[in-house]
Design a protein around this ligand. Structure first.
Ligand SMILES: [Zn+2]
Length: 262
């Protein structure tokens, strides 16, 4: 199915790139850094959500371990910063030391190089969509491990994790839109959670809490559906899962658009 032009796909966490200049900041040897990357990367999410060259995509080129573009730039606004996992992580997913202490200049350089250009691109994509179509929908594309990691805020260790988690923002996610995403993914035969085990959705900074014409929704896919948790490779049903994700997102967007046109 084809997406309407006003949809922007945000892919923040699928890169495993650590640029040469940043490698020396990490306290982990190559083997441990790869192991941490395996746990924290939203593997193959670009492949899962992006199906044609016509889709508008804003994708971080670097690993979230270098800079996490999904966080607020200002640590005082970012809940995860208290855990050492703000825009520049200082700890691993098991809350052990990840990086040496950076100078302010080093942290600024990371943000200038990798965070701000990403957000300029996201702001621009949303602004262009507003200009052309009068609205914009950000689909924030993620995945999560089937077993919780120690850093996570939401403690669901006792319960089964859903197959799909839909994240929403009070201001930028219309309830109808959320319902269409839940329905579409449920129709695919998956168990769907809302804001559990992760919550929220990326909104371009320029429009955050200012312009409700910029809508946002997060889709998190349980990695157990499409990849191995031992060798971190795709499993046999990857293609089928990819098609179902595409169909569910496209149907949800289409249903919402048609309901609003009535
Ligand atoms: Zn993610």
């Amino acid at each position: 199915m084809k997406y309407p032009d006003a949809v922007v796909f945000h892919v923040p966490h699928d890169s495993t790139l650590v640029p040469q200049g940043a490698r020396g900041q990490f306290l982990l040897n190559d083997e441990s850094l790869t192991a941490e990357m395996n746990l924290m990367t939203d593997h193959f999410t670009h492949d899962l959500f992006v199906h044609s060259q016509q889709q508008v995509v804003v994708r971080s080129p670097v690993s979230r371990l270098v800079v996490d573009v999904e966080r607020f730039e200002d640590d005082t606004l970012e809940a995860m910063a208290k855990r050492g996992m703000g825009v520049v992580y200082t700890v691993t997913s098991s809350l052990n030391p990840l990086r040496r202490r950076l100078t302010d200049a080093e942290k600024c350089e990371l943000i200038e190089k990798y965070y701000r250009p990403h957000h300029v691109a996201l702001d621009l994509a949303a602004a262009q969509s507003l200009t052309c179509y009068g609205h914009c929908l950000i689909v924030d594309c993620h995945s999560f491990p089937n077993e919780p990691l120690p850093y996570e805020l939401y403690d669901d260790a006792l319960g089964d994790r859903p197959d799909i988690c839909i994240g929403t923002d009070d201001f930028h996610t219309p309830v109808k839109l959320m319902n269409e995403f839940v329905k579409a993914f449920t129709r695919m035969g998956w168990r769907v959670g809302v804001n559990t085990p992760f919550s929220g959705a990326m909104v371009p900074n320029k429009f955050y809490r200012k312009d409700p014409r910029v809508m946002a929704i997060m889709v998190e896919v349980n990695r157990g559906l499409y990849m191995s948790s031992t060798n971190y490779q795709k499993i046999g049903c990857f293609g089928a899962v990819r098609r179902k994700i595409n169909d569910a997102c496209a149907e949800a967007v289409d249903e919402y658009r048609r309901a609003n046109a009535r």
